[in-house]
Design a protein around this ligand. Structure first.
Ligand SMILES: [Zn+2]
Length: 205
């Protein structure tokens, strides 16, 4: 399964921090509940595109000696199986769906110049499909008394909630507590809502 690496900061610092296997070593197994620290089990590699980074990052893996299953610590600025960072996706979705920018302008607003439009359209479709469920799931994180526009559609309402809560804070809550993916799980992965074992080799769309 994947757990979130509680990391906030520049990517370079992430590289430094994961070099030390003890730094975030889980002290118990989140899958079988065994009460012993997990054993370091190398890394897996995935691609990441962020405003200032385009390349491969390492994701640390641990092994439970009791159930023989692995746990990987995914940095919380990336979404499982998506290549682009949360901040790039967030900037794009807000520019396109909340501010009404054209696709071209929204891609630029996200700091990207070479991103294919199909990718942006894919994010939009996933987000539109996911918005009603997200706006409900995010209610516990809303500031009490936060003004809510009763006529806003789910997409605008959810985007405003994410902007006010913070996308990474929202992702951390959805993913670690509810096993909900910001843009929905692809068909090749087990659906939301229960403890899942994620195939890291699941092909990225
Ligand atoms: Zn275990």
């Amino acid at each position: 399964m994947q757990m979130l690496h509680p990391f906030a900061g520049p990517i370079q610092r992430y590289f430094d921090e994961i070099a030390d296997p003890d730094r975030y070593r889980p002290d118990h197994c989140p899958q079988c509940g065994a009460k012993h620290p997990l054993t370091g089990h190398g890394f897996y590699y995935r691609t990441l595109v962020d405003a200032a980074f385009d390349g491969v990052i390492r994701v640390r893996r641990y092994l439970c000696r009791s159930c023989k299953r692995t746990v990987s610590l995914l940095p919380e600025f990336v979404l499982p199986w998506l290549r682009f960072s949360i901040s790039v996706i967030a900037l794009f979705l807000v520019a396109r769906l909340l501010k009404g920018l054209t696709l071209v302008a929204a891609v630029r607003a996200a700091g990207e110049t070479v991103m294919p439009y199909q990718r942006g359209q894919f994010w939009i479709r996933r987000f539109q499909k996911q918005a009603p469920a997200l706006s409900l799931a995010l209610v516990p994180l809303e500031t009490p008394g936060h003004p809510r526009d009763p006529v806003a559609d789910f997409v605008s309402r959810t985007l405003r909630m994410l902007e006010s809560i913070g996308w990474i804070v929202a992702h951390r809550f959805l993913f670690s507590q509810l096993r909900v993916h910001l843009l929905g799980w692809p068909a090749c992965l087990i659906p939301t809502g229960r403890r899942t074992t994620l195939a890291s080799e699941c092909p990225a769309p």
